[in-house]
Design a protein around this ligand. Structure first.
Ligand SMILES: [Zn+2]
Length: 243
């Protein structure tokens, strides 16, 4: 189980590396609950997290997370003390806001700084899952788990992979096609087709155009020809029926 999970974790982290440019050390923003649960399950995060990810990590939190932990009372004092020692990402909150709000702001709409988030807050993880390219980590039954890349991450990853391949294709196509095939084809058939079309079209079109002013003549010819045909057919059927 452990090996399988490690392989999956490595594969998934590679997606973030390939598609979104994540590089070691991976920057993990930890929220208060994650730090607390890690402590309760006896984890030294600075050892456990890099071992779990299989890569170097840089653990950090925010002042708002620390402020929230301080408010939670004596049970959270050791957790708050741990958070106090962690590197802090700067935020604009004064007074402090909730950990979730603060982490949302620091990560932003695009996670341009390639943060990973470690949180026990399901709502926060769900929100961050909508933003492509955020590795999400939590602890379940004392086991650290990396969420599989979210739909948003996978879709964006596909788009980016396509973009990586496509810019080469149109260039090649243009180079191959433009000088060779279309120019020769265009030069040869155009004069011929124009010459052929003109004589064929000439008798029909100019007449129609010229006739429009002389509509009366044209109508009379139609009226004259039509009754002749009718006369030929009608007598045959009538005579046949009578006889
Ligand atoms: Zn903040």
């Amino acid at each position: 189980m452990k090996l399988k999970r490690q392989k999956k974790t490595k594969k998934n982290m590679q997606i973030y590396g390939h598609s979104f440019g994540f590089r070691q050390p991976y920057q993990f923003i930890l929220d208060g609950n994650f730090i607390h649960v890690a402590r309760l399950t006896g984890k030294k995060l600075e050892e456990t997290l890099p071992a779990f990810i299989g890569a170097e990590t840089r653990l950090m939190t925010t002042y708002c997370v620390y402020a929230e932990l301080k408010k939670l009372g004596p049970d959270f004092r050791p957790t708050a003390a741990y958070a106090k020692k962690l590197e802090k990402r700067r935020c604009t909150h004064n007074p402090a806001v909730s950990a979730a709000e603060c982490i949302k702001e620091i990560i932003g709409d695009t996670n341009k700084n390639n943060y990973c988030a470690a949180s026990q807050d399901v709502e926060l993880r769900r929100h961050l899952g909508k933003i492509p390219g955020i590795p999400l980590v939590y602890i379940n039954k004392s086991v650290i788990i990396l969420e599989p890349p979210s739909k948003a991450s996978l879709e964006r990853s596909k788009q980016l992979e396509i973009q990586k391949v496509q810019p080469d294709l149109p260039k090649k196509r243009k180079l191959e096609e433009e000088p060779q095939a279309p120019r020769k084809k265009k030069k040869e058939p155009n004069p011929l087709s124009v010459k052929k079309k003109k004589p064929k079209a000439a008798p029909a079109n100019p007449k129609a155009d010229k006739v429009t002013p002389k509509q009366e003549d044209h109508e009379t010819t139609k009226e004259e020809t039509a009754p002749k045909r009718k006369r030929k057919r009608k007598p045959k059927t009538e005579s046949g029926a009578d006889e």
